[in-house]
Write a protein that binds this ligand. Sequence first.
Ligand code: MLT
Length: 393
Amino acid sequence: MKINEHYSELGGNYLFAEMKRKTAEFQRLNPDADIIKLGIGDVTLPLTPAVIEAMHRAVDEMGSASSFRGYGPEQGYDFLIDSIIRHEYESRGIKIKRNEIFVSDGSKCDVANIQEIFSTSCTAAICDPVYPVYRDSNIMAGRKIILLPCTRENDFVPELPQKPVDIVYLCSPNNPTGKTLTRNDLTRWVNWAHEKHAIILFDSAYSAYIRDPELPGSIYEIPGAEEVAIEFKSFSKTAGFTGLRCAFTVVPEAAGTLNAMWNRRHCTKFNGVSYIIQRAAEAVYSDTGRRETTALIDYYMENAAIIRNGLRNAGFKVHGGENAPYIWWELPEGLDSMNFSTKLLESCRVVGTPGIGFGSCGEGFFRLTAFGNRAHAIEAVSRIRELKIDRIP
Ligand code: MLT
């Protein structure tokens, strides 16, 4: 059988699947262990009342012949697209047209699938450390990858590539480092993309976590970005939809043929997000929905502050967690992040994600998420405080 030989270059399991497997194995061997999971960035708070009510109403509609819906538009219903345009873009002074928005079942799939509209001969640049989906999906496609180191030395902001690159993935607020790119950073990238005829794939799934009003929540706040950037946003981390599945991708017409190509791909391979879920997503933008969503995000950001400050007070060095739900913990010199994850699990019963899983520049770091519950955030810090490892002076 002729298989895709590039899969053999992936090595091991998908990062979060492997971490889940290790945790389950530890739990099996230690059934009484009270494990705190701050590994995968999965939300823990339930859906808000506005979202639940919208789904109940939509379920009732589906049960009546007069309001039943079958296949919907592949790109999403106008009621949701119009709400997205109003609340995500017009509110930021950005003009986006209906046909530039593609509602989907998740940004994870979109950031991986989008590469289908680019030649496999393209060179893709990705940050190191990086959300592994960009890396793994481009390896699967056999594409050449260039790494952009994001280290303490460059304050986790990637430098412009020195070699020819066709597509670049940027994620801000960043997963895993928690770094958020400034207007100047993004302007530099947009100008570079214009100059090099490159396309920026901008993962903005965590933009709702930006607190600083000076930081851009969309790449289209940067003049000219609509010609060189595709943007991905999600309801997962914004409104607790990790289990519901709803996101959207913006492919501007100004980016040339990409809009028509993505539309073609979307209509061919995707049949749209269910009506019920799209009504739920629409409810996120209602007055009540927005108040409730803000409260969700406030809750997680309070967790982030508890973890960040708690670790700092315990003598550790931490990054991120201010405009992002991820805390990037800098480990003392010489500690290998994979061994550290075992030590943390064994001695503190706390699960996080070893930096090496996100790339070689992630070695020496460890990611904790703020998406757990409050009691867990507090308890994790108190257990970590007792950890017998060196502190960074
Ligand atoms: C993460 O932990 O990095 C995220 O939960 C992964 C995702 O959103 O797919």
